[in-house]
Design a protein around this ligand. Structure first.
Ligand code: UT7
Length: 323
């Protein structure tokens, strides 16, 4: 049975670190509120002129180095982003050229904070169907560009960054003992699109727009849908909660992460948490967390990992993989 196995991982965070205190100079907010409601202590913001593809190229280069591969060893690039450099072409093609890759194909996926989960599922499908042997999946965002700096309920929550994972075709036995992606679960429900959206776009306002969120409602959907998607994907993979070595959740809010873990019965010492340092980096949050966990020694070959995310759409999903 064909499996998509993790061959390399990497990330990049822009140099500028913005602590919670920065917001208190122009907003009625406090470090105490931000930490207690979200768990966020700081986030990184891209420099002026630094684009999503710049961050993605740095993360991809780190993943290629980790894998011991060259750009032309890759067959396909998928970039998950809601903050592309341009309306078109796909940011993935800008990354392709930036890496010096002269073959293969590249495209973007747009599923907001669930983008990396959608990217992984698409990459797995390309590998299993024989269309690609190695796929570079990147989550990259510059959410600082779509903040409404007058909305204290949202602008304190998001950050910029990029993470990348290289998946490679391998032969497995077809059991849960295999390395690689064991199961994927994708869901969306467009009836809830208005609780988390951007106020502009190409064919509506002709502007980029700003992020708007009904935080409490998103929170409620998040815990319930993430827990359910995780239960469903574990059933598909034929594994149980007690077998899971690591959960790598979307890093939106520490309260969502802990409540979802409680609902699943997973102790927090098995959950990767980076939200304090990165804030919510949307599609970049999971590969960033995976790369940081890999560096910290929290992810080792053979570990059974479940990863899950939810965001605008609403779109959500989960993946079980053996690292
Ligand atoms: O990644 C995509 C998915 N997104 C998410 O998962 C985010 C989900 N939602 C959340 O994480 C939380 O709902 C928030 C962190 C956004 C907000 O936490 P909350 O506990 O739901 O607070 P709230 O929105 O109910 O606001 C409570 C109070 C309000 O004041 P009143 O009406 O009680 O007087 C807000 O106006 O906190 C106020 N508030 C703030 N106060 C200080 C909102 N933002 C701030 C702020 N500083 N930055």
């Amino acid at each position: 049975m064909i499996r998509s196995v993790v061959r390399g991982v990497g990330h990049y965070l822009p140099e500028r670190v913005v602590p919670n205190a920065w917001f208190t100079s122009f907003l009625d907010t406090s470090d105490e509120w931000i930490v207690s409601r979200s768990g966020i202590e700081r986030r990184h913001f891209a420099a002026e002129g630094q684009t999503t593809s710049d961050l993605a190229i740095r993360a991809a280069t780190a993943a290629l180095t980790d894998a011991g591969l060259q750009a032309d060893d890759i067959d396909a690039i998928i970039v998950a982003t809601s903050t592309p450099d341009l309306t078109f072409p796909a940011t993935a093609t800008i990354v392709q050229a930036g890496l010096g890759m002269t073959r293969g194909f590249a495209f973007d996926v747009q599923a907001v904070c669930a983008g990396f989960i959608y990217g992984l599922a698409n990459a797995d499908a390309l590998i299993v169907s024989g269309q690609a042997r190695r796929v570079l999946v990147i989550g990259a965002e510059t959410f600082s560009r779509i903040m409404n700096w007058e909305d204290r309920g949202t602008c304190v929550l998001f950050g910029d960054g990029a993470g990348a994972l290289i998946l490679e075709r391998d032969e497995g036995t077809g059991t849960a003992a295999d390395r690689g992606i064991l199961a994927t679960e994708l869901q969306s429900d467009g009836r809830h699109r208005e609780i988390l959206q951007v106020s502009g776009g190409v064919s509506s306002s002709g502007t980029t727009g700003h992020l708007m969120m009904a935080g409490k409602e998103v929170f409620r959907h998040a815990v319930e849908k993430l827990a359910q998607a995780t239960v469903d994907v574990m059933a598909k993979a034929g594994v149980t909660t007690d077998q899971i070595d690591r959960v790598v959740p979307h890093q939106a809010n520490i309260r969502i992460i802990t409540r979802t873990a409680q609902k699943l019965g997973v102790p927090m010492d098995r959950v990767v948490v980076t939200v304090a340092d990165h804030g919510n980096t949307s599609a970049a949050s999971i590969p960033l967390a995976m790369s940081v966990a890999h560096q910290r020694g929290e992810l080792a070959p053979g570990d059974l990992v479940v990863t899950e995310a939810i965001g605008g759409g609403l779109a959500w999903g989960a993946v079980v993989l053996r690292w």
